[in-house]
Design a protein around this ligand. Structure first.
Ligand SMILES: *Cc1c(COP(=O)(O)O)cnc(C)c1O
Length: 224
């Protein structure tokens, strides 16, 4: 019941058009089922092996988003079923997702993960790297992927101004890319930003997809 209440409360706070990814990493299958029975369909996981095991035990209409760091040698394990890979941060990874999706006759949506925080530990393209890749244009030859938007994480800080600033930067880059590279592609439409601690600020800055774990499921045993 509690999970259902948490989901309902969060959903009632989300403006129209903002999608919710329920981050179920480290949560057992029974807990995910509870969220599923409350109507949630989009789930996010950050480990390929864990997500794959869960996907085999849970209903097939779950939409799986991989939100962890993408290791190229693991892409093939999720290629048969994953819907969205959020943390793509190199052309090589995009090309590998394309190759593996092709083996299963699938198209996998990828978000470009951009480094917007002031912390050393967060993965992602720098803006310069990402812009260079988009300029080079080889991604246009990858027909088994769809670039669906951008993803970013703000610094883990209580300084709201800084967090707003970082999310604002992500929105700016999204707008720029949309205009420059994706104006003809309606599928490029997502700004994935905001977690339990900062999703209100992310939405304020233009996010239309939040990734929320602990506020739905309670604290995990350990953070990752
Ligand atoms: C774990 C995780 C989340 C969810 O974090 P919470 O603080 O539990 O809401 C969101 N995004 C990514 C990339 C994560 O790894």
């Amino acid at each position: 019941m509690k999970i259902q209440d948490n989901l309902n409360r969060i959903k009632s706070e989300l403006p129209k058009g903002v999608r919710l990814v329920a981050v179920s990493k480290n949560q057992p299958v029974e807990i995910i089922e509870e969220a599923y029975n409350a109507g949630q369909r989009i789930f996010g996981e950050s480990r390929v092996q864990e997500m794959t095991a869960k996907s085999q035990l849970l209903p097939s209409d779950i939409v799986w988003h991989f939100i962890g760091h993408v290791q190229r040698n693991k892409i093939r394990h999720m290629a048969p079923y994953v819907s969205v890979i959020q943390g793509v941060d190199s052309f090589k990874s995009l090309a590998e997702v394309d190759r593996q999706a092709g083996r299963f006759n699938r198209n996998i949506t990828c978000y470009l993960q951009l480094f917007i925080a002031q912390e050393e530990t967060k993965f992602g393209f720098t803006i310069e790297e990402c812009t260079r890749m988009l300029d080079e244009g080889e991604w246009r030859n990858l027909h088994n992927i769809t670039i669906g938007g951008v993803m970013g994480m703000a610094s883990n800080t209580a300084n709201e101004e800084q967090v707003l600033n970082e999310f604002g930067k992500l929105k700016q880059i999204y707008d720029l890319y949309k205009e420059k590279y994706f104006s003809q592609e309606p599928e490029f439409n997502t700004i994935s930003a905001g977690m339990s601690g900062d999703y209100h600020l992310a939405i304020q800055s233009g996010s239309n997809m939040v990734r929320i774990g602990s506020t739905i499921f309670g604290e995990r045993d350990y953070k990752q």
